[in-house]
Design a protein around this ligand. Structure first.
Ligand SMILES: *[C@@H]1O[C@H](CO)[C@@H](O)[C@H](O)[C@H]1NC(C)=O
Ligand SMILES: *[C@@H]1O[C@H](CO)[C@@H](O)[C@H](O)[C@H]1NC(C)=O
Ligand SMILES: *[C@@H]1O[C@H](CO)[C@@H](O)[C@H](O)[C@H]1NC(C)=O
Ligand SMILES: *[C@@H]1O[C@H](CO)[C@@H](O)[C@H](O)[C@H]1NC(C)=O
Ligand SMILES: *[C@@H]1O[C@H](CO)[C@@H](O)[C@H](O)[C@H]1NC(C)=O
Ligand SMILES: *[C@@H]1O[C@H](CO)[C@@H](O)[C@H](O)[C@H]1NC(C)=O
Ligand SMILES: *[C@@H]1O[C@H](CO)[C@@H](O)[C@H](O)[C@H]1NC(C)=O
Ligand SMILES: *[C@@H]1O[C@H](CO)[C@@H](O)[C@H](O)[C@H]1NC(C)=O
Ligand SMILES: *[C@@H]1O[C@H](CO)[C@@H](O)[C@H](O)[C@H]1NC(C)=O
Ligand SMILES: *[C@@H]1O[C@H](CO)[C@@H](O)[C@H](O)[C@H]1NC(C)=O
Length: 496
């Protein structure tokens, strides 16, 4: 995916830290966008969606400057065009680190350098200098005393694992054995991580019906269609998990362990051409929301249950200027005005490790003047329905600014967050999964809401909501084919 990331393309991965220990979900930002917001507007958009991790495909000076003091963690990128020179010249690597990393730390929290984009599968002729480039960059970081802050790695495509299913027998393309061995050695020695670009959308569409759409979209499968690895008997609930596990098993085949896999790109296009029927807004919304929920539960894939799968969504904005198919231009999760393309709460992982409704309420102890301003705004310009907190109505009592603001904030949030509305109100608001309803005072979004009261919570696209036509794609015959495929791989492996 994303071959031909040219110099002008910057992919910013926006990350959102779920909490300091838990898994985070980030987002890529590519800049082949005709109406790209300014660097400071991009940072404002990131903050408004509570995004705390970001990856650039290059080292754009404006963005790196604008990100200073933002507490957003940043991966900067060496472009594919730059890899050759850096691989051949340690001096070029040192100059790159000084210009693009050392100059911004510590104000801008650069935590990693991603060297190239899918170099081995897209520009194999540069492959021989890839690991030397990593070493040279690392040495330059050591010289600048930044190696404890900044990791070096290189994102690879799933194409490097030609037969990912079943995961237990996956190995890297043997043509690259010596490069992969050196890469893993480097990652191990420098305590870095493996960067994986994993696209169930591509696995699903190239499978031509072998895999159920539900499997690609993290939706539960009926028992008869469960995907089971015949060697380990692990159940794979999603193709995403299977791809991550295939990578762990491929690393394991070289006898390396303790190298975490971070998913540097994954996503789903929301619009496509006539020959791309699965690139729909419903599928994209389902994939991304379920991805956030999956990653936020902090568990790893079946073979590595304790290693969270930190992940960056591809991508922030549609890159309408990218060449290729219609879907290629439609992976964005936000419009350039900062609104979400489909209902999506990027911060939901923090408040909902499960699929509960998220409510937006006033913080206890918040400044009363600010609460009053927030309440006035929500009920006025914000468009919240504040009838229930008027005298004589169910939420009037307790007649307390905090309670009234909570009701108004939440009504606004339930209606507007799908379109980009946030839960902030000058710092006086916070998200919670605890239903604030009491007695006959029912908050918008509560399951006790009367129909027509609230709008659906962000979790409406969760695993239980079957979208029309989404579930019956897999015919029994293709399921049998899948089982056959899995067993024949297992057989082939056991014969060799
Ligand atoms: C970051 O903080 C430093 C020190 O307070 C200040 O000089 C600088 O202008 C700030 N940068 C941005 C982009 O806010
Ligand atoms: C930068 O990110 C690292 C890694 O998560 C974190 O430990 C550190 O506190 C961050 N630094 C700042 C100044 O925010
Ligand atoms: C493995 O990599 C080589 C060298 O890039 C390539 O020619 C070959 O097609 C790859 N094999 C598979 C099965 O992808
Ligand atoms: C490549 O590495 C794999 C896994 O370690 C091994 O099974 C295979 O024999 C190697 N192939 C070559 C050509 O060295
Ligand atoms: C990994 O270790 C096993 C057991 O020690 C050994 O048989 C195998 O050859 C090793 N594989 C590689 C690629 O070093
Ligand atoms: C987390 O997700 C994994 C994979 O889908 C699942 O097996 C596990 O039960 C989930 N854990 C919790 C606590 O929900
Ligand atoms: C943001 O842009 C999208 C697409 O152009 C548009 O549909 C939406 O109404 C805009 N949202 C706001 C709040 O202006
Ligand atoms: C969801 O998580 C919240 C907060 O951790 C917890 O209070 C609640 O019981 C959970 N709900 C379900 C259905 O697991
Ligand atoms: C509102 O209620 C909270 C909690 O009962 C209390 O701490 C606070 O002092 C009250 N505020 C006002 C203005 O009455
Ligand atoms: C919602 O309704 C159920 C059944 O009527 C009731 O038991 C529950 O307490 C209500 N919850 C709230 C928060 O009002």
């Amino acid at each position: 995916m994303r071959e031909g990331c040219h110099g002008i393309v910057i992919l910013l991965l926006f990350g959102m830290c779920v909490n300091s220990l838990g898994a985070f979900v980030g987002v890529n930002l590519g800049t082949d966008v005709s109406n790209l917001p300014s660097a400071s507007d991009i940072v404002a958009i990131l903050k408004s969606h509570q995004i705390t991790h970001l990856r650039l495909y290059n080292a754009d000076a404006q963005l790196l400057k604008a990100l200073a003091n933002s507490s957003i963690e940043v991966i900067v990128g060496v472009t594919n065009e730059e890899v050759l020179r850096i691989g051949e010249s340690p001096a070029a690597a040192a100059a790159w680190v000084n210009k693009n990393v050392a100059a911004y730390l510590p104000g801008t929290n650069i935590t990693a350098i991603a060297v190239g984009s899918e170099v081995l599968s897209t520009i194999p002729q540069v492959g021989p200098v890839l690991v030397p480039a990593l070493y040279s960059l690392h040495k330059a970081l050591v010289a600048a005393n930044l190696n404890y802050l900044v990791k070096v790695s290189t994102p690879q495509s799933m194409d490097m694992i030609p037969r990912p299913f079943p995961p237990s027998t996956a190995t890297f393309n043997a043509s690259w054995n010596s490069t992969m061995y050196q890469l893993l050695q480097f990652l191990k020695n420098t305590k870095s991580y493996y960067m994986l670009n994993a696209y169930p959308y591509l696995g699903y569409t190239s499978g031509n019906g072998i895999f159920p759409l539900d499997y690609a979209l993290f939706r539960s499968l009926p028992a008869i269609k469960q995907i089971v690895d015949p060697n380990t008997l692990f159940h794979y609930n999603s193709m995403f998990d299977a791809m991550v596990d295939a990578t762990y098993y491929s690393i394991d085949a070289f006898n390396f362990s303790g190298i975490p896999v971070v998913v540097t790109e994954t996503g789903w296009p929301w619009s496509g051409g006539a020959n791309e029927p699965d690139a729909t807004i419903q599928n994209a919304g389902t994939y991304v929301n379920n991805l956030i929920r999956r990653v936020s539960n902090d568990s790893g894939p079946p073979s590595q249950p304790t290693i969270p799968i930190n992940t960056y969504i591809y991508e922030l904005f549609n890159e309408d200027k990218r060449p290729g198919s219609v879907s290629e231009k439609n992976w964005g999760i936000l419009f350039s005005n900062g609104s979400t393309v489909y209902p999506l709460d990027l911060a939901s992982g923090r408040a909902t490790a499960n699929s509960s409704t998220v409510y937006c309420v006033a913080k206890h102890g918040a400044d009363e003047d600010k609460l009053q301003d927030g309440l006035n705004w929500a009920c006025g310009q914000g468009g919240a329905n504040c009838a229930a907190i008027q005298q004589g109505r169910p939420c009037f009592l307790p007649n307390n600014i905090t309670d009234h603001a909570s009701y108004a904030y939440n009504d606004y949030y339930q209606k507007m967050h799908a379109g980009g509305g946030t839960c902030d109100f000058d710092g006086t608001a916070t998200l919670t999964t605890i239903d604030p309803s009491h007695g006959s005072c029912i908050y918008t979004g509560s399951s006790n809401s009367s129909s027509g009261g609230g709008v659906s919570p962000p979790t409406a696209l969760g695993p239980s909501s079957q979208l029309p036509g989404a579930s019956s794609k897999l015919q029994v015959s293709s399921y049998q084919l899948l089982i056959w495929v899995i067993f024949s791989w297992a057989l082939m492996v056991s014969l060799t």
